[in-house]
Structure formats: C-alpha cells, structure tokens
Design a protein around this ligand. Structure first.
Ligand SMILES: NC(=O)C1=CN([C@@H]2O[C@H](COP(=O)(O)OP(=O)(O)OC[C@H]3O[C@@H](n4cnc5c(N)ncnc54)[C@H](OP(=O)(O)O)[C@@H]3O)[C@@H](O)[C@H]2O)[C@@H](O)CC1
Ligand SMILES: Nc1ncnc2c1ncn2[C@@H]1O[C@H](COP(=O)(O)OP(=O)(O)O)[C@@H](O)[C@H]1O
Length: 276
C-alpha cells in the first residue's frame, strides 16, 4: 500500500526562521542557467526557491547569459562562470543546487553535473540534466548521493529508466529510486515521490492547470528552496509537490508558471498557521 502525500506527514518538518536566523544560516540555493537565449527556466526556479524560504539564491550562468539575466532579477544574485572548473569554485558553500531547466543538451551540462555532485550541495536534477544522460544513465547514478533528487516527467523518466513504466507509475518510481539511489519525483497527474530507502507517496491534489510551460521549473525551485533549508530530501520533495499543486489549484484558469511563486506565500501561511 502506498501512502497518500498529505501535509500531516511533513508539515511539522517545514523550516521556519527564528530570531537567531540570518540569510546564510537559513540556506543557500544555487541554480545553473542555460545560455543567453535559455535563461527563463533558471529564473523561474530561482524565484520559487527564494519564495520557498532559501535565505539566499544565486543563479550561476554562462558568461553570455549574464547581461540577459541581470536586468530581470533583484533579490536573486548572479555569478557568471566560464567552465566546469570555475563553477566548482563558485558553488562552494551552497547548501543545494538545481541543474537541468534549460541547461542545454551538451557536454557542458554533463561536466557541470559532475562538479556539482562533488560539491557537497544536495542536488535537484531536472529536464536537460536528465535527458542528457539518455543511454548513459549508469554514469549519472554512480555520482548521485541519497539526498539528491531527480524530477522527471514521464518522457524524461523513460529516457533514464527505459521500460520501467510498464509496471505502473508507483512501482516504476520505487524501482527507479532504488536503481538511482536517489529520491525520484515522477511528475504528472498523481505525482509519485519515491526514496531509495523504500518510502513512497502518491500525490492527489495535483492540478491540471499545471500543464503549462515552466511549471516544472518552478517545482524544481520549490524543492531546492526547502532542501537548501536542510529539510530531509524525501519530505522536501513531498512538501514541494503538494505546495506547488495547491498554488495551482488556488489560481485555477489562466495560470502560467510565473504565477506560482506569487501564490506560494498564501500556501506557506496556511501551513505555518497549522504547524504545531
Ligand atoms: N521558460 C523556459 O525557459 C522554459 C524552458 N524549458 C526548457 O526547454 C527545454 C525543452 O523542453 P521540452 O519541454 O521541449 O522538452 P521535453 O520535456 O524533453 O519534451 C520533449 C518531448 O518529450 C515528450 N514527453 C513525453 N512525456 C512528456 C511529458 N509528461 N511532458 C512533456 N513532454 C513529454 C514529448 O513528446 P510527445 O509527447 O509530444 O511525443 C515532448 O515533445 C528544456 O531544457 C526545458 O527545461 C521548459 O522547461 C519550458 C519553459
Ligand atoms: N495534467 C496534469 N495534471 C496534474 N499535474 C500536471 C499535469 N500536467 C503537468 N502537470 C505538472 O506540471 C509540471 C510540469 O513539469 P514539466 O513537464 O517538467 O514542465 P516544464 O519543463 O515546462 O517546466 C509537473 O509538476 C507536473 O506534475
């Protein structure tokens, strides 16, 4: 029997600031951007991470993207990097890193994932960060830690775990988490969250209004924001999936990805009021 994802399971583990908190202790989140014409996804994720409570969020971008991103951010910070080696130096001290949303399907993304896996930050790997390992998934699984999180939609899932979906989404996600030795979030109507230790939950508040470009980038950001605050990876993934869907349900018709981060404060406020 699989557990239903419900706030009662993780509400009391959500991270809240107190009088001793400052932005660095609250949690540092980094997001790797794609090149100049592919920066929107990283910006969506970064804003969502900040809204989810990361104290400090920084986008790391290829040099050609800096002049595109800089005018469109305020609280989010920006650091250009020219190579995987320079990314390795720049991400020192980050608690969590997101890579994949519009990262680019090229060797640079593979090299960047390798250095992030060595960085000590908990990773959220999404989109191109998953697709690029099609046919070479073992290479990715070998560098993941158990607190890292993969967030595939079904297309991306099939690229990394070919044939698994034939068993059904729940068993497929559980097998995938065991194979990857990382948390797997299999997105879609009724998102399944599975941990390498065998825990699994199915989400039932998913919203069809989420079928809009960039909503997955926002989910990666919410997960990253909670991870940066050192929430357990499986609980962070469960909480983020539920909160993301709740935000979409509150907004309803006309929702675009940009709206989600703006609704998140209301979602958080209700969870905060209900926390024991
Ligand atoms: N604002 C921005 O900057 C944004 C940038 N973005 C970035 O753009 C890049 C490319 O993104 P993408 O969406 O085109 O690539 P991908 O998802 O691989 O689709 C390729 C094929 O997979 C299939 N497919 C099967 N199941 C599927 C499913 N459940 N959901 C979706 N697709 C599914 C489907 O095939 P079909 O079903 O049509 O045969 C589809 O044609 C990537 O870097 C991403 O991060 C986006 O995040 C949007 C906002
Ligand atoms: N029909 C649907 N019902 C519920 N949730 C959906 C539906 N379609 C998409 N979603 C959700 O929307 C998000 C889409 O993510 P993704 O496919 O990665 O989009 P993008 O790459 O454009 O950001 C996921 O959280 C997924 O669970």
């Amino acid at each position: 029997m699989i557990e239903t994802n419900d706030p009662a399971l993780w509400r009391n583990f959500l991270p809240w600031p107190d009088a001793q908190t400052h932005k660095h202790t609250r949690g540092r989140l980094g997001v790797v951007s794609g090149r100049a014409n592919q920066t929107g996804a990283a910006r969506l994720a970064a804003r969502a991470g900040l809204r989810a409570g990361a104290g400090l969020v920084r986008i790391f971008c290829p040099p050609d993207a800096a002049s595109v991103i800089a005018p469109s951010i305020q609280a989010v910070m920006l650091t250009p990097f020219a190579s995987a080696e320079s990314l390795a130096r720049e991400v020192e001290g980050m608690d969590a890193m997101i890579i994949g949303p519009a990262a680019g399907l090229d060797d640079a993304t593979i090299g960047n994932i390798h250095v992030l896996a060595q960085s000590g930050a908990a990773l959220v790997i999404d989109a191109d960060g998953l697709t690029i390992f099609k046919g070479r998934a073992a290479e990715l699984f070998a560098i993941l830690d158990r607190d890292d999180i993969l967030t595939p939609h079904e297309g991306e899932f099939e690229r990394l775990f070919p044939g698994y979906l034939a068993k059904g989404r729940v068993e497929a996600a559980q097998d995938a988490a065991r194979r990857a030795q990382a948390v797997v979030v299999l997105k879609g109507a009724q998102t399944v969250i599975a941990s390498p230790d065998g825990r699994a939950r199915i989400n039932i508040n998913d919203s069809p209004w989420l079928a809009t470009a960039g909503s997955g980038d926002v989910l990666a950001g919410v997960i990253g924001g909670l991870l940066a605050q050192r929430m357990d990876s499986f609980d962070a993934a469960c909480a983020a999936v539920w909160m993301h869907a709740d935000a979409a349900n509150r907004f309803g018709p006309g929702l675009i990805a940009e709206d989600l981060s703006e609704i998140l404060p209301a979602v958080l406020r209700d969870l905060w009021s209900a926390a024991e």
